[in-house]
Design a protein around this ligand. Structure first.
Ligand code: ADP
Ligand code: MG
Length: 348
């Protein structure tokens, strides 16, 4: 059974950056306005993420790393998240099977923080012979998740990874993308043990400001914006939480004018605030640019789409990150049209 769990865990958590993505989403779900990431050896030796969100109640700690914990957590209220992400509380469970996982957390109403270690889905002692019970500790409101020795017990997974510096680059990439999509949250990412690039955002800006800060002014000064939605011409956001209209959607894009020419496409796609891939959408936007950019030149495109969670194909495994949704062709076409329209207006 343990082997099956390890294999399953490896499907969900493929590398440090995929663990980090899940952890960042947890911080955002917890309402954090500050998210700090620290990595050592590309996140394989150590990956730590600290937030100032809601914290986890002490009573919830024993089941935190059980699979499918979500619905059991007493503070869990946002059931729409399950259908939004097609997600079932597997991240911490999976991580606990393939690493040494420590959670330090404090809610505002608790007098002190609590520290707990997890192994194979359950609370476990930090050292053999000690108690597995959470221990009272010093700590701020919020949560610190520490992952040590990721994949120590799955050598095949470990050997499939690239160098530490490549894994760190992927960590920075995830932090950068979430920092752009969440410009009101202060993000930072640091590497321990050797010098290297870092990311830090102030948390009080807007998407184009975050793009300027993280991708530079050459991109930022060529940014155009367009919006599209199911109610043509209207900029109102669909209320995805209790909307009866499963066709409702809206999209906002920031993308470079043809004056900006990069060596490769940078494409950031968020659907319902989750970083995902859509080869279909990417291809349609790339074809707009290939008609107006010289050969070998590519754009920067940030696109955020909100759609009714019920229209997302939840059969697609969340960690494959490729999503499909209802009326994908129509919606893709309308988004592409709005981007094309803005690009045309600019060059006219
Ligand atoms: P899911 O996010 O799908 O519920 P996870 O394994 O990622 O599954 O997390 C399990 C639960 O642990 C979450 O639903 C949440 O209640 C709690 N949790 C995890 N990380 C945090 C955090 N940083 N702050 C507050 N609660 C958290
Ligand atoms: Mg989660």
């Amino acid at each position: 059974e343990s082997l099956i769990n390890k294999i399953a865990a490896g499907e969900v958590i493929q590398r440090p950056a995929s663990a980090l993505k899940e952890l960042i989403e947890n911080c955002l779900d917890a309402g954090a306005t500050s998210i700090r990431v620290v990595a050592k050896e590309g996140g394989l030796k150590l990956l730590q993420i600290q937030d100032n969100g809601s914290g986890i109640r002490k009573a919830d700690l024993p089941i935190l790393a059980e699979r499918f914990t979500t619905s059991k957590i007493s503070t869990f209220s946002d059931l729409s998240k399950i259908s939004t992400y097609g997600f079932r509380g597997e991240a911490l469970a999976s991580i606990s099977h393939v690493s040494h996982l420590t959670v330090l957390t404090k809610t505002a109403s608790e007098p002190c923080a609590w520290k707990a270690h997890y192994s194979d889905g359950t609370l476990s002692p930090s050292k053999p012979g000690l108690s597995a019970e959470p221990k009272p500790s010093a700590g701020n409101d919020g949560t610190v998740i520490t992952i040590e020795d990721l994949f120590y017990n799955t050598p095949t997974r470990l050997s499939a990874l690239k160098s530490s510096s490549d894994e760190y680059a992927r960590i920075l990439d995830v932090v950068t993308k979430y920092a752009i999509h969440n410009p009101t949250v202060a993000f930072s990412c640091k590497k321990i043990g050797s010098s290297g690039s870092e990311v830090s955002t102030p948390g009080n800006s807007r998407v184009p400001d975050a793009i300027r800060l993280l991708f530079g002014s050459t991109i930022a000064k060529e940014l155009l914006t367009s919006k599209a939605s199911s109610n043509a011409g209207s900029l109102s956001q669909p209320d995805t939480s209790d909307s009866q209209d499963s066709e409702a959607w809206s999209a906002e894009a920031h993308f470079t004018s043809p004056n900006h020419q990069a060596k490769k496409t940078t494409f950031l796609l968020f659907i319902n605030h989750r970083l995902v891939e859509s080869p279909r959408i990417k291809k349609s936007i790339e074809s707009i640019y290939s008609a107006i950019l010289p050969k070998g030149s590519y754009p920067f495109v940030y696109l955020s789409i909100q759609i009714d969670p019920r229209s997302i194909d939840v059969n697609v495994h969340p960690t494959k990150q490729t999503v499909h949704f209802l009326n994908e062709d129509v919606i893709t076409e309308q988004i592409a049209d709005s981007i094309q329209g803005t690009l045309n207006g600019r060059s006219a």
